[in-house]
Design a protein around this ligand. Structure first.
Ligand SMILES: [Zn+2]
Length: 604
């Protein structure tokens, strides 16, 4: 304070002193605009920097990455006593809660709610003790470039703010499909932040599309079959039994996530939206961490939606702050269970899930609606009447059951040359060790046949749609520097989901390993003519099989090259190319034990 300010302050009081008044006005940009608009990233950071300056012992800003367009990615660390780093949080037995806004930057309530909540914790002291026993790690805007790509025309279904960010980041990737494949620089930065803090609980804030109903917020947690029982139990207890009842007492109406089986008729019931490892909550499940997906309802006012997020995040922090040891115990137990599983030869891990055929009744607080035959779509056109609240009892098909499961190996082996696989292990912080000398090992792997790809790209990849797989024993010579990935590590489920071909977001399914399906050498027709004759002369059964194929398959019979290639595929010249040999190997406990002892210490 300079002399002029001092005199003003002393003589007239704070309210009359212009400069000082500005310092004490903590209205957030969205509040100042009566929630008609949401601030730019620069204005968001300006407000957060003011909070940091005013409460340096509680609020601390860091940059955790850079976007493709060169913007800093900012994270706020908040705690009552200045616990601003992961080691200090662990030493103080404080759980770490990661709240992220703007992974879909057009759905930005979490940013504006976060600014208000940090102010009400650190400045106005409305909730002075909510961070006494918790460290909050808060990403105000995850997809920063997408946030700055703002337009009134980005979300046709949504009721404000006036201009909003774009779903893809600047390389047109949807970050909430990128958790496992980790293509986007923003996701690589997020994964580093995750490994640095290893949060105990994740809250990911979104806005719905879809139907109209009374609820101002819907929420989703992963099915118990995808979670360690300790994590599932904590979610049920903390979110369902405690936070949500308190939330409704504040005047909100919340529902489980509403994915209607038939968008034109809510009475047919709700289904699971099909989360998985590529999504935030699905990835947290692989990391043994509870996670809460929040979806505000896109047709409510922006002010209503921001307050809906504010209240639920505040109540979740209250719950964790009240029982910090319960959350720490749940995540520690889940990690210990995963490590211990490696010693259980009978353990299986589900990779895919199918709907439970058993539904349960669900009370939907919806609106009356009409169905009109449309001459444009030729389908029924649903129109809701928000002036007529109506309650329906509908079937809930959200439950899942495991479909494909695998027995995890004692360790996976990735030969040194498969750098794209090792790069993904590194991105996810998977612990491995490297071999120091060439060695020949006995292992099992998979033979992959009959690959079929999707007919269009998804998130920049043409995904594998179908293939046949069978386990095969394999003797392999590994170059030095090959990677041994033991399964007695806390993030084993991430490794399994990257490396098991049948996992829905495996590197194979995303098309990262397509080259294994390609034959590199071929046979000249004039050479194959001779080879075919020699093979048939030696093997009458082969000759009969060829003749049967000509009889059964007219397209084959009409294709001269296919007829010759049929023989090439059955020759040693083809077999020696190992087409379809999956490069990642599986070691059972005895094979792992038999590995020569020159492995270097675990990394990282
Ligand atoms: Zn979203």
């Amino acid at each position: 304070m300079n002399l002029r300010h001092f005199l003003c302050f002393a003589l007239l009081g704070a309210a009359a002193c212009g400069a000082h008044a500005a310092d004490t006005d903590w209205t957030t940009p969205a509040e100042a605009a009566q929630f008609r608009t949401t601030p730019s990233y620069a204005d968001t950071l300006t407000y957060l920097q003011r909070l940091q300056q005013a409460a340096p012992g509680m609020i601390h800003l860091e940059t955790f990455g850079s976007t493709p367009e060169g913007r800093p990615m900012t994270v706020v660390i908040a705690s009552a006593d200045g616990t601003f780093d992961p080691a200090a949080a662990r030493a103080a037995h404080k759980p770490v809660v990661l709240v992220q806004a703007g992974i879909h930057p057009g759905e930005i309530e979490g940013k504006d709610a976060g600014l208000m909540l940090l102010r009400d914790i650190a400045i106005t002291k409305k909730y002075p003790h909510v961070l006494d026993h918790v460290v909050l790690v808060y990403i105000p805007v995850f997809s920063v470039d997408g946030h700055e790509n703002s337009s009134p025309y980005h979300r046709i279904n949504q009721n404000g703010p006036a201009s909003m960010g774009f779903r893809g980041q600047s390389q047109y990737l949807n970050l909430n499909r990128d958790y496992v494949k980790a293509d986007a620089p923003e996701m690589r930065a997020w994964l580093k932040l995750w490994q640095q803090w290893l949060p105990d609980f994740l809250i990911d804030v979104h806005t719905t599309d879809g139907a109209d109903y009374q609820y101002d917020l819907t929420w989703y947690t992963e099915d118990p079959h995808k979670l360690d029982p300790a994590v599932s139990q904590w979610q049920q207890d903390t979110i369902v039994r405690h936070a949500l009842p308190a939330y409704e007492k504040r005047g909100h109406l919340a529902s489980i996530y509403l994915e209607f089986k038939d968008g034109a008729d809510p009475r047919k019931g709700i289904v699971n939206f099909g989360s998985g490892p590529r999504f935030s909550t699905g990835y947290a499940a692989l990391q043994n961490r509870p996670a809460l997906l929040i979806e505000t309802h896109m047709l409510k006012s922006y002010a209503n939606r921001v307050h809906a997020v504010y209240d639920l995040v505040e109540l979740m922090l209250e719950q964790v702050n009240r029982h910090p040891a319960a959350l720490l115990a749940a995540t520690a137990k889940a990690d210990a269970d995963t490590v211990a599983r490696a010693a259980d030869a009978d353990a299986t891990v589900p990779l895919t899930f199918r709907p439970d055929p058993q539904s349960t009744p669900y009370t939907l607080k919806g609106f009356a609606f009409t169905l009109t035959a449309s001459d444009i779509s030729n389908n029924p056109w649903i129109r809701y009447d928000p002036s007529q609240p109506k309650t329906y009892t509908i079937p809930n098909w959200n439950g899942l059951l495991p479909a494909i499961s695998v027995t995890p190996p004692a360790a996976y082996v990735v030969p040194v040359q498969w750098t794209q696989i090792i790069d993904k292990l590194d991105a996810h912080g998977i612990v491995y060790r490297r071999t120091r000398a060439p060695m020949t090992i006995h292992a099992t792997s998979y033979q992959l046949d009959d690959p079929q790809w999707a007919n269009k790209s998804f998130e920049g990849h043409v995904m594998l749609r179908d293939f046949k797989l069978h386990p095969v024993p394999r003797e392999a010579t590994l170059p030095a520097g090959s990677v041994i990935v033991p399964m007695n590590q806390r993030a084993a489920n991430v490794a399994i989901n990257l490396l098991e071909p049948q996992a829905p977001d495996s590197l194979l399914q995303w098309g990262d390993l397509d080259a294994v399906f390609e034959a590199k050498e071929y046979g000249e027709p004039r050479v194959l003519e001779k080879l075919a004759r020699e093979m048939m002369a030696k093997d009458p059964a082969l000759k009969a099989s060829f003749e049967q194929k000509l009889h059964d398959d007219p397209a084959f019979a009409a294709n001269g090259y296919a007829r010759l290639h049929w023989f090439f595929q059955r020759s040693p010249w083809y077999a020696d190319q190992h087409v379809g040999a999956y490069p990642v190997l599986r070691l059972d406990p005895a094979q792992l034990k038999a590995l020569p002892g020159q492995a270097s210490p675990a990394h990282p």
